[in-house]
Design a protein around this ligand. Structure first.
Ligand SMILES: Cc1ncc(COP(=O)(O)O)c(C=O)c1O
Length: 371
C-alpha cells in the first residue's frame, strides 16, 4: 500500500544529515515569515500593498478558497484563463488588467516553474501593479538558482503539503516595497508550546496507521477527531477561517529535523518512477512537460480519458491519494471562458511522490498493472 501522504512516525530524510528547513530558507530567500497556512500568508503579504475596491488577477485553475483572503481585504477577484501548458492566456489576462489592478498572481503548478513567469512580471511592470508568486506546491523547488516563490514582490509556499504536520507555510517578502509595507498580523508566528490541535493531530496520525487497512473505521475516527492536516469540509470561507492559526509547535519540530535536499531527491526519484510505469500507456499523459533540475514535485499529475476508472484501478493496486485537483471557484465552474481550467480539474489525477515512498514500490505497482 502506498499512502497518499508521509507518516509522522517515519523519520525518512531527517536523521542522517539534518539541515532543517530554516537553514535552507536562510540560504535561498532574502526575508521570510512562518505562518500556519498559505492563504493567511497571502492575506498578510497583500494587505499593505492594496486599497479596498482594487482588483487582483488570479488564474482560473485554482482552489476556490485561495480567493478568500483577497475578499477579506475587500478586493475584487478576477480570474484569468489558462492554456494547456498552465501558462496564462495572455490576451485574456491583459484584457482584465486596468487602473484598479493591484496585483497579478501567478502559480508554479505542482512545484514546477510557471512557464510564463517573465511575461507576467513584465505585464505587472507595464501596468504598475504588484506580482504575487504563488508557490504553494513547491517549497523546495529551485529554478536556475532561484527558489520558487521568491520572484514576485511577495510569494508564499505551503509546507504542510510536503510534510506530515498539522499546518505550516511561509511568506516571502521579496521586494523592498513589500518589506517596507508589511505589517504582520497576530498569526505571523510559530506557537511556543504544543497545543491540543497538535495532540489531536498525533492521535489521528497514530490511528490512521493502526487502521491503515480498515478504511471505513479510519474515516469515522478521523471525522470525530476533525483532523488538522487537511482542509476542513465546508465552503471556501469556512476553510479560510479554519486556516487562521499560527504555525504549530509540532510542525516546527518536524521542520527543524528535515533535510530539504534529500526530500527533493526522493520526490524526484518517485516522479521518474511513475514516468517509467506509464511510459507505454498512450491514454495516460503527464501534465508537466518535464521535471527540470532543482525542482521538487508535490505530486505527479496525469491526465486520462477516464479519470474515475484510473483512480479505481490504482486504488485496487494499493495507491491512495489519486485525487482530482482542485475544487474550482463557482465563478470558474459556471463560465465557459474557463474551459481549459474546467477540463483540467475534471481530467487530472495526482499520483503520490512523497519522500517516504520507495521507488521500487512504484515499479512493483507498474508490474502489477501490466499483468
Ligand atoms: C495553488 C494554491 N495556492 C494557494 C493555496 C493555499 O495554501 P494553503 O492551503 O496553505 O492555505 C493552495 C492550497 O491548496 C494552492 O493549491
Amino acid at each position: 500500500m502506498i499512502n497518499p501522504t508521509p507518516s509522522l512516525f517515519v523519520s525518512s530524510c531527517s536523521k542522517r544529515c539534518p539541515r532543517g528547513v530554516e537553514s535552507f530558507l536562510d540560504r535561498q530567500a532574502d526575508e521570510y515569515v512562518f505562518y500556519g497556512a498559505g492563504k493567511i500568508a497571502l492575506r498578510d503579504g497583500v494587505a499593505g500593498l492594496v486599497e479596498p475596491g482594487q482588483n487582483v488577477l488570479v488564474p482560473a485553475y485554482l482552489p476556490d478558497a485561495v480567493a478568500e483572503p483577497l475578499y477579506d481585504l475587500q478586493l475584487e477577484v478576477r480570474y484569468y484563463a489558462l492554456e494547456e501548458t498552465l501558462a496564462p492566456n495572455i490576451a485574456d489576462l491583459e484584457s482584465r488588467l486596468d487602473d484598479e489592478t493591484a496585483a497579478i498572481c501567478s502559480v508554479n503548478y505542482f512545484g514546477t516553474p510557471q512557464p510564463a513567469i517573465e511575461r507576467i512580471q513584465s505585464l505587472a511592470d507595464d501596468y504598475g501593479c504588484y506580482h504575487i508568486d504563488d508557490n504553494a506546491h513547491g517549497a523546495f523547488s529551485v529554478d536556475d538558482g532561484t527558489l520558487l516563490g521568491t520572484r514576485g514582490d511577495i510569494g508564499f509556499t505551503s509546507l504542510w503539503k510536503l510534510f506530515p504536520i498539522p499546518n505550516g507555510a511561509v511568506l516571502y517578502l521579496n521586494s523592498e516595497n513589500a518589506r517596507e509595507r508589511y505589517r504582520p498580523s497576530s498569526l505571523a508566528t510559530v506557537r511556543e508550546r504544543f497545543d491540543t490541535a497538535d495532540g489531536r493531530f498525533v492521535l489521528a496520525s497514530m490511528l490512521r496507521e493502526l487502521l491503515a487497512d480498515r478504511r471505513s473505521v479510519q474515516h469515522t475516527i478521523e471525522t470525530l477527531l476533525s483532523r488538522g492536516d487537511e482542509p476542513a469540509v465546508g465552503g471556501p470561507k469556512a476553510r479560510y477561517d479554519d486556516a487562521k492559526r499560527p504555525m504549530s509547535k509540532l510542525a516546527m519540530s518536524v521542520l527543524e529535523n528535515a533535510d530539504p535536499l534529500s526530500i527533493r531527491r526522493r520526490r524526484r526519484g518517485n516522479y521518474r518512477a511513475w514516468q517509467r510505469v506509464f511510459a507505454d500507456c498512450d491514454d495516460v499523459t503527464f501534465v508537466l512537460e518535464s521535471l527540470p533540475a532543482g525542482i521538487c514535485p508535490q505530486v505527479a499529475p496525469v491526465r486520462t480519458d477516464d479519470p474515475e476508472a484510473f483512480r479505481t484501478t490504482l486504488e485496487r493496486a494499493g495507491i491512495g491519494g489519486v485525487n482530482g485537483w482542485p475544487r474550482l471557484s463557482s465563478t470558474v465552474r459556471d463560465d465557459p471562458t474557463y474551459e481549459t481550467a474546467r477540463r483540467l480539474s475534471t481530467e487530472v489525477r495526482t499520483l503520490p511522490v512523497h519522500q517516504q515512498i520507495d521507488p521500487a514500490e512504484i515499479d512493483a505497482i507498474g508490474e502489477t498493472l501490466r499483468q
